[in-house]
Structure formats: C-alpha cells, structure tokens
Design a protein around this ligand. Sequence first.
Ligand SMILES: [Ca+2]
Ligand SMILES: [Ca+2]
Ligand SMILES: [Ca+2]
Length: 340
Amino acid sequence: MVAFDPQDPNILVAGGASSGVFISSDGGESWSLLTDPFTPGTSPIPHLPRPLWAHFDHDTAGVVRIYLGTGRGVWRVQVPEADAAIVSFAAVTPPSRVIVGQPVELTLRKVVTNHGPSTPVNITVSRTATAPSGSSVTPTASSETATAVAKDALRTIDERFTITCGAPGPQTFSFANRIHPASPAYVDPDPTNNTATAQVTVECVLPVALNIKPGGFPNAINPKSTAPVAVLTTAAGEYGLPLAFDATRIDPASVRFGSASLVFSGTGGATPIHGAGHIEDSYELDETTRDGDLDMVLHFRVADSDLTSSSTEGCVGGTYLDASGASRRFFGCDSVKISP
Ligand SMILES: [Ca+2]
Ligand SMILES: [Ca+2]
Ligand SMILES: [Ca+2]
C-alpha cells in the first residue's frame, strides 16, 4: 500500500504485508516507521499487517491523524506537526570587488525557527551553492542539523563559502536553502517557508602587472615628484597572472594611483597628469627587457596620492574595454620606496 495525503502531498505512508507502515513527511525523501512489527505485544504501538488503505485527517490543529485500514479493522495514528521555517537568509557584508583568481571567503547568515506546535525539534538544514560559468564556489552542497530548536526561538546559522572569480565583470553567485524537521516522525504543516535563496553579485577585477619607474629599481620616488607607472600588456600565465591583458585598452582618465585599499575600493587615489597616458613598449619587471608589445604608461603626482614614507607598495586601478567592448576593472601593485 502507498497512500498520499491529498491535503499535503509531502505526506505519504507505505506498508507491506509484514514490514510495518512507514511515513514520510518530505515527499518520500526520508521515512520512519509508524507501526511496530517487532514487539507489538509489549509496546503500545500496534503492528498492522497487510494495510489496505489510509485516510488523512487535518481537523485537529497541530497533529495529523492517519487512519489505517486492514481487513480486520481500522487503526488511528497521530503524527505531530512542527513548522520549521526560515526567517531570514542573506550574505554578511559581502565584498563588492574580488580579484580574479583569488579565493575570497563569503558568509551567508540564516535564521531558522520552529513555529511548533511540537517543541523542541531538530531541524535539518541543507544548502547548495552555484557559481556562474568559469567562476567557482565551495562547498557546492552541505547540510547540518540545528538541534532542539524551541518553539519560536531564533537560531542563527552562519554558512561559510569560498568564492573565486574566473572572469572580470559582474559575477552572480547563487545560494539555495532547504530545511525540514530532522525526524520524519514530524510533519511540517507549511512547507512554503522551508526554502530560501540568496544571490551575491561581486565585481570581478582583473589583476595586472605594474612597473613603477620603468627601467629602475627599487622604485625610489621623491614625494614631491611625479611617478611614471607602466601597466604592462601580458599573456595569460605571464607574471603568474590568470588571464591575458591588453593595457592599450585602458581608459587613462579612469586610473587612480595610491595605496591598495584606497585604489582597490575605488574611493580615492591620484589621477594621471592631464588625465592621460601614452602607449609605448615599456620595460618589463626585470627593468631591462622590452618585449615588443605595447603597454600603457601614466604619470602621477605622488603628493596627490595617499602614499607616505612608510608605504611599501603603490597600486593602480581603473577601467578598460574588453574584447567585446564592455567596461571592466583592473588592479595591480608594485613595490615602492618614497623618500626625499
Ligand atoms: Ca515549515
Ligand atoms: Ca620599476
Ligand atoms: Ca611591452
């Protein structure tokens, strides 16, 4: 015998000749034994051999009554209800920008509760994560149990993921959640509040190779002077960079020069002199080689940046047009020695 509850298709019961009767409250994913085929004489639970039919009764709040018929009579079993619910689900201070190829931790915070009437109940929490094509997220699936959640108590669950951008531009990572009472001996009367989804869109930033003071090292710069900076055109894998970059596609007016935190966040930094750059085959990071491809060289007044004598690196960030004409962000740093 297999019977579905017409009021709640997630509830079904199944029974065989001598196996006992099983119930599932999650559409058949998990099952528990309703009857006692082993010690029916000593336990208060009956053994129902050869069940023929089942009738479901929701007339009483907080419990589902199931009438099981055999050729010899009708038995009533009561299954308690527990309404597990997701109250909220969102990312905790997600990064707005992530460098392509660099793994970043992301926390999603979920609050679950149990609206009862059964209390407390264990709640199984399972989740999946999906990355856009080319990017990655781990773990892609996991689950845990929130134990003994009392009626209307709020239980906070933090879920940690690692995301890695595979391409520059906006990338959307998706997270889906599903909860249910851990034991299928409980029926969840409202499955509509058992799922939640969240999406996190980050701007993926292309890492680039930078040569401050091309042709010289250790990049000693007078704070009252201007600093020449070459953003290098590179192939994928060059200088350990994940993707190729054509520096001649940079929009010079968008470029800023300064500390990593200020430039990466896009909140400040010096603008290039005259808002311009020039395209030339500049020096590679060995300071002696010109590799034959064209790079972007810009000049900045050091005093316009936030770099000080204690700074050990200078960074540039800005936008460029990719092969399809879309505006994307790049970012790179080089060591620097600021001294008069
Ligand atoms: Ca529910
Ligand atoms: Ca240099
Ligand atoms: Ca070059």
